[in-house]
Write a protein that binds this ligand. Structure first.
Ligand code: FRU
Length: 547
């Protein structure tokens, strides 16, 4: 978190606390129109229609975005009674970061989202910063009269950062702040935030992982209200280019082994003005014994979750039924380096496409994280725009136009030939292109967004790389293209790159290319993807009322 945020926190806290009327929301249906009251008090109606979403030059058509105004980190993701809840850092009054609330949406398929009223509002304890939510199945908290319900655990930011809880007895529709907040304080720590809580089954207690400046701390609890310090990890491990934020911790089986499993600790690191990459996310592989995390790798090893520039503060859904065997991740598709300056108008901030996480053992014998778009993606497939096999590029012509579109799923396999560089250009016109390529000399995947469209920041127009090994002299790419993003899952998600781009609406060509030699495209399939707003297009309007 940047220091300017702290100044803003203090100013806005005074402002918010003076708005005594501003403490609730309502959500009604009126002849097919949904009304969202963003705050209590005098109403001022404005209308948003999905048709506007559909026509918006930059609004993603199959990635989650806020209805209106600012969004950053995903928060409190929990699966309960058939719904995936997604809360998010939200400032409901402007497209800038400000006094943080938890915005809220639910989905049954991780693709189509229903906007719900704001879940958590700032109060005397401060703004509502990032955190998690759990299902308290056995009513350990005593909030649910012996039944089950949702508990959110989050940071409240005022002069100090403290941890608070809130609960919902109506499936997340309304929330009550616990009267005993805050539940965890620290007199000395300046950065003390983003609690991730989960039920540690072998011990029969709750574990909280918290980011504390340059390390994470583990706390345990029997009731979510009283927390006891257990241990800390990381002062000397991994990357310390920025402040540690938004941790997550979970156990996953290692693919292809006989029942072996490992613990994954995800830690995001904030922007460092000296590093062109800005904010990004690392992870550790190791063992968690209920109190301590033991890193499997040497301290200096840094494992990046995503080699792109725009996947930050990502965490995973809690309480997905064990029999589904799925660990699903979503990240904020932006970067603190320029998040406040992206060229959108009524909204700002998008989430990555939801990804399923898996562990695999690589040729070096070590264990790494792989990510793939969730399989529900196939619901969005529309026409097949291209289907090629065994095409040689570069012998006669260096490029081959193959399709056109702004919402695309591209699945390609290349066999290396003599070309030094090859790949696929998307969102292309005469003056713009985003290049997804492979540097065959350096054995590196890259995205080149230097001519991708609007430039947000001097660090934005770059060609940047990720190490990617060939297998049988081949590489595989799975690419998702939306109005303002490109996500690459290379070699079955072993290497991932996520980047924002801001092209013109009519930059839509897709072209294969090969530089200084040949490459064989062993297979290429391109699907046009449907907009999630298509079904609402011209049918429904959203009415927003605000102060
Ligand atoms: C990460 C972060 C968190 C904090 C939140 C504030 O992007 O800085 O550490 O809780 O954003 O909006």
């Amino acid at each position: 978190m940047k220091s300017f945020k702290k100044v803003v926190i203090v100013i806005f806290l005074i402002f918010i606390l003076s708005l005594t009327a501003c403490s609730g929301t309502s959500f009604t249906n009126n002849k097919g129109k949904k009304e969202i009251t963003a705050s209590k008090g005098e109403k001022q109606m404005s209308t948003i229609s999905y048709a506007d979403f559909y026509k918006d030059k930059y609004r993603p058509q199959f990635h989650f975005t806020p209805l209106k105004n600012w969004m950053n980190d995903p928060n409190g993701m929990v699966y309960y009674k058939g719904e995936y809840h997604l809360f998010y850092q939200h400032y409901p009054y402007d497209i800038k970061w400000g006094a943080m609330h938890w915005g809220h949406a639910v989905s049954k398929d991780l693709i189509h989202w229903e906007y719900l009223p704001i879940a958590l509002w700032p109060d005397d304890n401060g703004f509502i910063f990032s955190g998690s939510a759990v299902v308290d199945w056995n009513d350990t908290s005593g909030f649910f009269k012996g039944g089950s319900g949702l508990v959110a655990i989050f940071t409240q930011a005022a002069a100090k950062q403290t941890q608070s809880i809130a609960y919902s007895t109506d499936d997340g529709r309304t929330w009550t702040m616990y009267k005993g907040n805050p539940v965890l304080v620290d007199e000395t720590a300046k950065d003390f935030r983003d609690p991730r809580v989960f039920w540690y089954k072998p011990g029969g207690y709750w574990v909280m992982v918290l980011a504390v400046g340059d390390h994470v701390r583990f706390y345990t609890s029997s009731n979510l209200k009283e927390w006891e310090f257990a241990s800390e990890f990381g002062k000397q491990d991994g990357s310390h280019e920025g402040v540690w934020e938004c941790p997550d911790l979970f156990e996953l089986p290692v693919e292809g082994t006989n029942g072996q499993s490992k613990w994954v600790l995800i830690v995001s690191i904030g922007d460092n003005p000296m590093a062109p990459e800005g904010s990004r996310t690392q992870y550790f592989i190791g063992h968690f014994d209920g109190k301590r995390f033991i890193n499997d790798n040497p301290k200096e090893t840094v494992l990046w979750l995503d080699y792109g520039r725009d996947n930050y503060a990502g965490v995973t859904w809690s309480d997905i039924p064990e029999k589904q065997k799925r660990r699903i991740f979503i990240g904020w598709m932006s970067n603190w380096k320029y998040a406040g300056r992206t060229p959108t108008t009524s909204w700002r901030g998008a989430m990555t496409f939801p990804r399923e996480l898996k562990l695999f053992k690589d040729e070096d014998g070590r264990i790494y994280l792989a990510q793939q778009p969730v399989r529900e993606l196939s619901k969005l497939r529309d026409k097949r725009l291209a289907n090629l096999k065994k095409v040689l590029i570069g012998s006669e012509k260096a490029t081959l136009p193959v399709a056109s579109g702004d919402l695309l799923e591209i699945i390609a396999e290349f066999e290396l030939g003599t070309a030094e560089e090859f790949g696929i250009k998307v969102r292309k016109s005469d003056s713009q292109e985003t290049i997804v390529g492979y540097d065959a000399i350096q054995k590196k995947l890259f995205i080149d967004r230097s001519r991708s469209g609007d430039i947000v920041d001097e660090t934005f127009p770059v060609k940047h790389y990720a190490p990617l090994k060939t297998r049988n002299n081949k590489i595989r790419l799975h690419i998702l293209v939306d109005r303002s993003s490109v996500e690459i899952f290379a070699n079955d998600g072993k290497v991932v790159m996520t980047d924002l781009i801001f092209p013109d609406i009519d930059s839509q060509n897709v072209e294969l290319f090969s530089k200084d030699g040949t490459v064989k495209v062993t297979s290429l399939t391109i699907y046009k993807l449907r907009s999630i707003y298509e079904k609402y297009y011209s049918a429904e309007e959203l009415l927003i009322s605000e102060k």
